[in-house]
Design a protein. Structure first.
Length: 299
């Protein structure tokens, strides 16, 4: 069964571009900017070409160009002008749009081309903070609203994962660890969203720390063994969907009772699940963070 999405409703376009459906309809009727198609049952839809054009039109509009002027441009002039503006200003917005288009078209070449262009202006750390984090946030919302399929999400996150791994390996191959602290990075049972944790691992390694990355779905019991190998451990995890909100405090208590056996052992956690947790109820030696940036600043 083919679940790949190549037809978009006006609501999909609103979710993907941030432009209200009402505005899209006005642009369509008044300026003929888009030409919706119809299914055999006479339902209106937009194709990938329409989505790409709307992204470009929105980009120009946000950079001071009036819709009336954009509407008079030839089709080929619009993307050319977008490229010229992106080369001078607002690189982040243009790159995020390009990555979205890459995702929707399953276009690896566009992903690599966009990433290579970014590398000319930014280091990998800045690309992740300025481009990938906002992009991943948008992708999460698009998935929740059924605008994209899981196939789209897996496609783009796999490519981002590759870049994190490559950049981490480059640092590790050149670095000699001298840190007395050991960071153990893992995700709890049934948690598979590891990109944030992978980037934290990259940042720890780049700062010279000894980092052990265990990855997805690790039971608490299996973490105890590491106490026999290292004297000063900071366990670090990222709660995106697991444990469930109602189970978080019990998870922390279990972790404290089973794993935190030595005074130099700590547990650092971040993730959206923690938004509803009263941090004043947390056991000693457990600390939470509201972002990757705040965690890095605590080092």
């Amino acid at each position: 069964m083919n679940n790949i999405k190549n037809q978009f409703s006006i609501k999909d376009l609103e979710n993907l571009t941030g432009i209200k459906a009402h505005t899209i309809r006005i642009w369509e009727k008044r300026y003929n900017l888009l030409e919706p198609k119809r299914t055999e049952t006479n339902i209106r839809y937009y194709d990938l070409k329409s989505f790409q054009k709307l992204l470009n039109v929105s980009y120009l509009n946000n950079n001071g160009y009036k819709i009336s002027k954009i509407a008079k441009m030839k089709e080929a002039e619009i993307p050319q002008l977008v490229r010229e503006i992106a080369a001078e200003t607002n690189l982040e917005s243009h790159a995020i749009n390009a990555f979205k288009l890459s995702m929707l078209n399953f276009d690896q070449a566009l992903f690599y081309k966009t990433y290579s262009s970014l590398l000319k202006e930014k280091e990998f750390k800045a690309i992740f903070y300025d481009i990938f984090i906002p992009l991943l946030t948008e992708i999460g919302l698009l998935w929740q609203t059924d605008t994209i399929t899981p196939a789209h999400e897996h496609f783009i996150t796999t490519l981002i994962r590759q870049k994190i791994l490559i950049n981490t390996e480059i640092i590790q191959s050149k670095q000699t660890n001298k840190s007395t602290k050991t960071f153990v990075l893992y995700l709890p049972d049934n948690e598979i969203h590891e990109l944030g944790l992978m980037f934290i691992n990259h940042q720890l390694v780049s700062k010279g720390y000894h980092s052990i990355f265990l990855g997805q779905s690790v039971p608490i019991e299996s973490l105890v063994e590491l106490q026999n190998y290292y004297d000063e451990i900071i366990y670090l995890s990222y709660f995106t969907v697991r444990p469930l909100k109602e189970d978080v405090l019990n998870y922390f208590n279990d972790f404290s009772n089973l794993v935190i056996k030595k005074p130099n052992t700590k547990f650092w956690v971040l993730g959206q699940i923690l938004n509803d947790v009263d941090i004043n109820q947390l056991p000693q030696n457990i600390k939470t963070f509201n972002s990757i940036q705040s965690l890095m600043e605590a080092l």
